[in-house]
Design a protein around this ligand. Structure first.
Ligand code: ZN
Length: 135
């Protein structure tokens, strides 16, 4: 199981790209707006994994609440799995707690979040690249 990406909550993707793209020199793979999640995201390539910058575009988004409470910073770590639903089911049998059901995330991936109660305080995402989509 590899780390697919690390999600970082930022106030402004445009501002953050000045560092991540221009100063650090990471390659921007693309940006995407997820209206139903109230988010704008940008993916930057870092070896086999990505950095996902998450900007809130709605007062109701999780990222808005996260930044209000904790400020900018690491929001979640995402692990790639073959099948999100199967993995969730097998983990729930071992008492892992999840936040909601699997749904569509950025980049044509199916995702679900593992509750930080189960992961020693780290929000973790399981993600599955759907067929026909590539990283
Ligand atoms: Zn993510």
């Amino acid at each position: 199981m590899k780390i697919d990406h690390i999600g970082i909550a930022v106030k402004s993707i445009d501002e953050s790209l000045k560092f991540y793209k221009d100063t650090l020199g990471l390659e921007l793979k693309g940006t995407e707006q997820l209206d139903e999640r109230g988010l704008k995201v940008a993916f930057l390539k870092t070896g086999e994994s990505d950095i996902e910058l998450l900007e809130s575009i709605s007062m109701d988004s999780n990222i808005h609440k996260f930044i209000e409470k904790k400020g900018e910073g690491i929001h979640h770590i995402a692990l790639e799995v073959d099948n999100v639903e199967e993995k969730k089911e097998s983990m729930e049998k071992k008492d892992a707690k999840f936040i909601g059901e699997a749904s569509m995330g950025a980049g044509g991936k199916k995702i679900v979040f593992i509750h930080p109660k189960s992961t020693n305080g780290v929000l973790m995402e399981l993600c599955q690249h759907l067929e026909g989509e590539n990283e």
